[in-house]
Design a binder for this molecule. Structure first.
Ligand code: ADP
Ligand code: MG
Length: 210
């Protein structure tokens, strides 16, 4: 059986990842492509517990290295329990954030050594990389103001503008380095335009029959 395709959706808070995943789901259904939708950090019972630890605000916030290791601990669980079996079964996997978020947030935002992230990536993923990564690009202020309408802010959403500027810059840097895997989409346009651009990248890059 052919392996499923692995698509990841990236971008700072409020760029429209969840919104556009809904459009991707409808699209894949219309093509009769079997898929699962999942997210990081999270995607399994244990990994979702790690997510809670990462996002909550309390008196013992994870130090930077702890944060990085927790992200990869959750990813190891998620990969072995959910992502790899689905791909092996021929299902496509749509994942709301993946390792590019680690490069962007822990590498770009926090300033952790990118080569350490790369080592952990190899340790946890081996050679597995997404087939396509959609990077939704938006001025972080606009994204955050969209996200704020959702309610209380988590530990990341509480970061300053400068943090998100660095996150955004790292995403764009990754896209520049790996243009075959990454598609940057302007998330400042209308929802319909953004969704159409994403679906067109999926169709073209992953050779979906129309
Ligand atoms: N292109 C867009 N233009 C205007 N508002 C948008 C757009 N995309 C998403 N939104 C709105 O912004 C908010 C955050 O979107 P969401 O998909 O939850 O972002 P994310 O999952 O990336 O944090 C939602 O209220 C959503 O309806
Ligand atoms: Mg979301």
């Amino acid at each position: 059986m052919a392996k499923g395709k692995f698509i990841t959706i990236e971008g700072v808070e409020g760029v429209g990842k969840s919104t556009n995943i809904d459009a991707i789901k409808k699209y894949l259904d219309s093509k009769n492509i079997p898929f699962i939708v999942t997210r990081e950090p999270g995607g399994t019972l244990l990994a979702e517990k790690i997510r809670e630890l990462l996002l909550k605000i309390d008196d013992d916030s994870p130090v930077e290295l702890c944060e990085l290791l927790l992200v990869f601990a959750a990813r190891a669980q998620h990969l072995e329990k959910v992502i790899s079996p689905a791909l092996a079964n021929g299902d496509w996997v749509i994942c709301d954030r993946f390792t590019d978020a680690t490069y962007a947030y822990q590498g770009g935002g926090r300033g952790l050594d990118v080569s350490v992230i790369a080592e952990l990536e190899t340790m946890v993923q081996g050679s597995l990389r997404p087939d396509l990564t959609i990077i939704l690009d938006l001025d972080p202020e606009t994204g955050l103001s969209r996200a704020k309408n959702r309610g209380e802010l988590d530990r990341f959403e509480n970061e300053q503008k400068e943090f998100f500027e660095k996150v955004r810059a790292m995403y764009l840097n990754i896209a520049e380095q790996q243009p075959d895997r990454c598609a940057v989409i302007d998330a400042g346009n209308d929802i319909e335009q953004v969704s159409a651009a994403i679906l067109s990248e999926i169709t073209r890059r992953l050779s979906v029959e129309s």
